[in-house]
Design a protein around this ligand. Structure first.
Ligand SMILES: Cc1ncc(COP(=O)(O)O)c(C=O)c1O
Length: 271
């Protein structure tokens, strides 16, 4: 692994020595290649203007496809199950729109105790969006499996950070997914601190959905685009979805018709 160190810019201490960088859970180091890649895009924009959508060295129109294969490999997914889009919190909201479907009996969302605050805000606001009181419907537990066992029939969604941002605890995502499914509950994960950090097999583990950012262990830079996973068994379901033109079938997208015809797979969730 040692040679990989040379591929990154490492900030210096005042006296000129390299810092020892442990902040990969917040912002990854800048890869030395990043500047050249950014300059390439600026040059192509200057040279081609709007035609860069098709004629740039990395055409912008299908920009997300540049990352599909690596992204699928990274999280253990089929290529049709992943898409890079938006930011993490946006993706969590979009996925909860589809996967959090409360009923009178099954309406709670289970998160890990000490979840990233923004995830808590997102979940609480989804509950309120459905006219539910987070005081009642938001369950926070240190032992996720025990909570699923105890409250299973009333839980609509288990949404856990794959690796907790503060403690570094790596949850057993396969066991959580299995336990959730046994109770008829959806299992989704925030993989901000897991993607690029630990081996993931989302497809084989039968995870329903996941989202992650790419500026931490993936060294994508501040504001870098996020990822989303939707298991293939949901691709042809009738899940509701917030839709936009980038989720429309690309072969007819630019006919600009009034009716939405979805892309196949996770790309249907693009806006
Ligand atoms: C676990 C976790 N979830 C969500 C977020 C929010 O990510 P974003 O601001 O990219 O939506 C972060 C950011 O650090 C995070 O660590």
């Amino acid at each position: 692994m040692k040679s990989y160190r040379d591929r990154f810019h490492i900030p210096k201490r005042r006296e000129g020595t390299d810092v020892i960088y442990f902040a990969g859970n917040s912002l990854g180091l800048q890869p030395k290649t990043a500047r050249a890649y950014v300059e390439e895009e600026l040059e192509d924009w200057a040279k081609h203007g709007v035609e860069g959508h098709f004629n740039a060295r990395n055409p912008w129109m299908p920009y997300h496809r540049l990352l599909t294969a690596q992204t699928a490999r990274l999280v253990g997914a089929e290529e049709s199950e992943v898409v890079v889009m938006n930011s993490l919190t946006v993706n969590l909201h979009l996925l909860m729109v589809s996967f959090y479907r409360p009923t009178a009996d099954r309406y709670k969302i289970l998160i890990e105790a000490g979840a990233f605050p923004s995830d808590r805000y997102a979940v609480a606001s989804q509950l309120r969006f459905h006219n539910l009181d987070p005081q009642i419907a938001l369950v926070e537990a240190a032992d996720i499996l025990a909570a699923i066992e105890q409250e299973g029939p009333s839980i609509a969604l288990v949404l856990v950070g794959g690796v907790n941002y503060a403690t570094g605890e790596y949850f057993d995502l396969e066991a959580i997914t299995r336990a959730a499914h046994q109770q008829g509950t959806i299992a989704g994960f925030d993989l901000a601190h897991a993607a690029g950090n630990v081996p993931l097999h989302l497809h084989d583990w039968n995870v329903d959905f996941a989202a992650w950012c790419s500026y931490k262990y993936l060294n994508g830079g501040p504001g870098a685009i996020a990822g989303a996973f939707i298991h293939e068994r949901h691709h042809r379901s009738t899940l509701p979805r917030f839709e936009g033109w980038w989720g429309h079938d690309e072969s007819t997208r630019f006919q600009m018709g009034p009716k939405f015809e979805a892309m196949q797979g996770a790309e249907a969730w693009q806006l």
